[in-house]
Design a protein around this ligand. Structure first.
Ligand SMILES: [Zn+2]
Length: 459
């Protein structure tokens, strides 16, 4: 066991603890105590400890598609035009390029303090790369198909993807979560050779109302229900999507015709119909964007995912965040992909929201990338807060220079730009070499590969 003290511990399941101590044994948090109750093995100094961040919506295999990103809201293209660019990239992307993009995305997540990812996967063969990374996550297989043949092929792909989850064998035997990751992030070789439990689960993502046949939505929801797997659906992202569903015309119809995949008989009748179908799904459902959906109450296991800087980049109407809060719906923040967002820095999304909505409690905003995000993925029993019994996933932030030390640490995080200085996943420190100078009191490396407690010990 090893215990860490910090100027502030922000557990997210209770108020912040000045001088709090977090004790970790193996891969689990064993205690979180106020100053003075538990002796600390390591004093981390002038830093804040926060649960590992959870980015519930990314497309990591688009991490090298920055050419599609709108330069500014005023220069933004309509969503169908942007999608056409993304489709062109996807069609020319080799498997090796997808792997490179995903590797870059995983690294960017980790450097931003993201310990769990909800990633949309377009190629099932990328699964081993995810499971070998040090991160946790849910891999949502993207299924598309508006025409009957494409929808049927996608249904079969979803069935094959979810079969291990349906049979209860969601782990790949012998997978080591650390093998294959860049050496700077990997555990010592003696540990990386050991088989370890898989930290990834399977989900499914019927892409969006303009790209998924109604029968495919039903089939995907049915398959996910059998394994209680999470489902992610892009919904109500643009006015063009509303126009398509209301009139069967507009820019989306033109795009789908150009791509040779138009079939009006496959379209769902309305957003409301899809919401109703999904309401009986007993696993987690994530509604991605919902930019133009009128806020309403949703089942407790449903979440609306707001991607703040992606939303801003497209120049959409103001986000209905106050309405979703008023409706009592769980809201999370996510980055979406680098095809629409400048980076995968989840804290930057929270800081952006804090600037736009200064009246929102800072703790609530941080909850959208920790506690609520864990619940969105159905992982609230294991992740999202610094709570005894949960996984030892935490991040270290230096106390922001120039901010008085009595400031609420949640506000201090959001009102500064301090980068993440340390990341622990499952009780192991991962090194973040770029930030070491800003966190001189962090434990020193015990080698080239990871920070470790000063006394080289059991972890
Ligand atoms: Zn997306």
């Amino acid at each position: 066991m090893r215990s860490y003290q910090a100027r502030w511990v922000v557990p997210m399941d209770r108020p912040p603890l000045p001088g709090g101590v977090v004790a970790v044994a193996g891969d689990t948090i064993v205690s979180v105590t106020p100053a003075g109750e538990t002796p600390a093995d390591v004093d981390l100094g002038d830093v804040i400890l926060l649960p590992g961040l959870i980015n519930v919506h990314t497309h990591l295999d688009l991490s090298e598609a920055a050419a599609c990103r709108p330069a500014s809201a005023s220069a933004a293209v309509p969503l169908p035009d942007w999608l056409e660019q993304v489709v062109a990239i996807r069609r020319h992307q080799t498997f090796a390029q997808r792997q490179e993009a995903m590797q870059a995305g995983l690294l960017a997540c980790w450097q931003a303090g993201v310990t769990t990812v909800g990633d949309i996967v377009t190629d099932p063969q990328l699964w081993p790369m995810l499971t070998r990374s040090p991160l946790r996550g849910v891999a949502f297989l993207e299924v598309l198909g508006l025409t009957l043949p494409r929808a049927e092929a996608a249904r079969r792909a979803a069935e094959a993807w979810l079969t291990p989850a349906l049979s209860g064998a969601s782990s790949l035997a012998g997978t080591s979560p650390l093998a294959g990751f860049p050496v700077s992030a990997a555990a010592p070789s003696s540990e990386s050779a050991e088989p370890a439990p898989c930290r990834w689960r399977r989900g499914v993502s019927p892409h969006a109302p303009y790209s998924v046949r109604r029968e495919l939505f039903a089939a995907a929801l049915d398959l996910a229900a059998q394994g209680q797997c999470p489902v992610a659906i892009h919904l109500a992202e643009s006015q063009e999507e509303a126009e398509l569903l209301h009139t069967r015309r507009g820019a989306f119809r033109d795009l789908l015709q150009r791509l040779g995949v138009w079939d009006p008989a496959g379209l769902i009748p309305s957003w409301e119909a899809l919401l109703a179908w999904a309401s009986s799904h007993r696993g987690p459902v994530l509604w991605i964007h919902a930019n133009y959906l009128a806020p309403r109450s949703l089942p407790a296991h449903h979440t609306v995912v707001y991607c703040p800087r992606t939303h801003a980049a497209f120049g959409h109407s103001p986000y209905p965040l106050p309405g979703w809060r008023h409706a009592g719906v769980r809201l999370c923040l996510a980055t979406d992909s680098l095809a629409s967002n400048p980076d995968l820095n989840l804290l930057a999304e929270a800081r952006f929201v804090h600037q736009r909505y200064p009246d929102l409690p800072a703790e609530e905003v941080l909850g959208m990338i920790t506690r609520e995000a864990a619940a969105a993925l159905g992982s609230e029993a294991q992740l999202g807060t610094l709570t005894p019994g949960k996984a030892a996933d935490l991040i270290v932030l230096p106390w922001p220079p120039g901010i008085p030390t009595h400031t609420d640490p949640c506000r201090a995080i959001l009102e500064s730009a301090v980068p993440v200085a340390g990341v622990m996943i499952a009780g192991r420190w991962l090194s973040v070499p770029n930030n070491r100078r800003q966190s001189p009191s962090l434990p020193e490396n015990d080698g080239e590969q990871r920070p470790a407690p000063p006394e080289n010990g059991e972890q």
